[in-house]
Design a protein around this ligand. Structure first.
Ligand SMILES: NC(=O)c1ccc[n+]([C@@H]2O[C@H](COP(=O)([O-])OP(=O)(O)OC[C@H]3O[C@@H](n4cnc5c(N)ncnc54)[C@H](OP(=O)(O)O)[C@@H]3O)[C@@H](O)[C@H]2O)c1
Length: 305
């Protein structure tokens, strides 16, 4: 039975310097949970935003607080009521304080053998958010979707899901990322002034819906392009509802179903996630600094030996 472990924690809001690797007791799996020996944990913008206190008006953080909401690893403890996995199974999913040697998962799927722990550990947040956003904006086969902020983690997943559903995607990113967007199946364009004209030239059939993943304050522009506020959804701009557009923040929608679906797609080579950089547990502060630049292509992952 595991007693002590290394974990990343912070004891007050602040910059990356408030993050420390500490020795703590390993958690135990409660009802409906599993504990994993973590192999990789995704780094999300929410990690540094939470650490910096950006969520303090609507989310309580009990200090000292752990870090990380997703991971992949090997099950080493199964909680009461769990029958779909056993000790020794490789899984990935949503969890608590996952940037640690051991962590609790609350929702998971089995990791296919041909999927690396690094990629699997970075999948949960982006695939659940992408899947939920596409469903809530209601875009269908044959329609055209504009994605603002298409080269990040969520954008990479949105493009692939949308293309698999027969949706045409126009995605924005800086010019050096256009080959990346093309490889995922999107029609790339730059962001900034003149977006409506560029999109019109690329999608002469018009745009049916738009997703704002960058939170760059362009909701009115996206509404003008899509022609209907109810077909514009943001996951990054709390002001979206002021304009009649939607803001989606969860709760997670059928995460285990989404994870299992993505696991199948990955095992068939139909879905992937670019891991731009991996970091050691001790480099979590550096990873959050890179995340906070807002320039990540695909995903950042903490790799845990
Ligand atoms: N509401 C929810 O349920 C939920 C869930 C998860 C995440 N989120 C939020 O969703 C947002 C995206 O998350 P993510 O993990 O995809 O972020 P990410 O991976 O950090 O996104 C980075 C990407 O954003 C692009 N970008 C930056 N500024 C841009 C702009 N003005 N226009 C277009 N693209 C721009 C960058 O491309 P360039 O380098 O080319 O600029 C970069 O490739 C974050 O704000 C996150 O907090 C919300």
């Amino acid at each position: 039975m595991k007693a002590g472990m290394k974990a990343v924690q912070f004891s007050g809001y602040g910059g990356p310097e408030v993050l420390h690797v500490v020795e703590v007791d390993a958690p135990h799996a409660g009802a409906g949970q599993v504990r994993i020996a973590v192999r990789a944990a995704g780094v999300n913008p929410s990690d540094w935003k939470r650490r910096a206190g950006r969520y303090r008006d609507f989310e309580d953080v009990a200090f000292p607080s752990g870090v990380g909401v997703e991971a992949s690893g090997v099950v080493d403890e199964v909680g009461p009521g769990v029958s779909n996995v056993a000790v020794g199974d490789a899984v990935f999913g949503y969890g608590e304080n996952t940037i640690a040697q051991y962590a609790i998962l609350t929702h998971w799927a089995r990791k296919p053998d041909n999927l690396s722990f690094e990629v699997a550990g970075g999948l949960p947040v982006v695939v659940e958010t992408a899947s939920r956003s596409l469903e809530e904006v209601g875009v269908k086969s044959g329609e055209t979707l504009l994605v603002s902020g298409a080269a990040g983690g969520i954008g990479s997943a949105v493009i692939q899901f949308a293309r698999l559903r027969g949706i045409t995607v126009v995605g924005t990113a800086s010019a050096r990322k256009h080959d990346y967007l093309r490889a995922l199946g999107a029609i790339p364009t730059t962001y900034g002034p003149g977006l409506a004209e560029r999109v019109k030239a690329l999608a002469q059939q018009g745009v049916d819906a738009a997703l704002d993943l960058a939170g760059s304050g362009i909701i009115p522009e996206l509404i003008a392009i899509a022609g209907d506020p109810s077909r514009v959804l943001s996951v990054a701009d709390f002001a979206a509802p002021q304009y009649g557009a939607r803001f989606s923040y969860g709760p997670p929608k059928d995460p285990e179903q989404v994870f299992a679906h993505v696991a199948r797609l990955c095992s068939e080579g139909l879905f992937g996630l670019r891991v731009e950089q991996t970091f050691a547990l001790e480099q979590t502060a550096k990873a959050q600094e890179v995340s906070a630049t807002g320039r990540v292509t695909g995903k950042l992952v903490i790799s845990i030996a």
